[in-house]
Design a protein around this ligand. Structure first.
Ligand SMILES: [Zn+2]
Length: 98
């Protein structure tokens, strides 16, 4: 296991250091990702099939949903997702400047 001493302060600066230091790929796509809760494979699921698992408000607000094939956790591109995308975009900007 490789380790890296981080010099930067903010999260996105540290993240940029890690990405650059380890040559990581910054694409984010839920298809083929792993469930953060159980590490099961996440796959796209039709809205109708998860209508009993999320609130009516969420169902109305989003078109695309994913489900963990192991624990059944449902995911959508909500607030957490958007903040993750924002961090990734920040990191990409930082990497361009370096
Ligand atoms: Zn899971």
């Amino acid at each position: 296991m490789r380790a890296k001493l981080l010099q930067e302060n903010s999260f996105s600066e540290q993240f940029a250091e890690v990405v650059a230091g380890f040559g990581l790929d910054l694409r984010i796509t839920p298809d083929g990702s792993r469930c953060p809760a159980c590490n099961g494979l996440i796959r796209r699921v039709e809205k109708e099939k998860i209508s009993d698992k999320v609130s009516a408000n969420t169902l109305d607000s989003y078109d695309y949903f994913w489900i963990c094939s192991n624990c059944g956790q449902v995911y959508w591109m909500g607030r957490m997702w958007r903040s993750m995308i924002r961090i990734v975009e920040e990191v990409k900007e930082r990497l361009k400047k370096n």
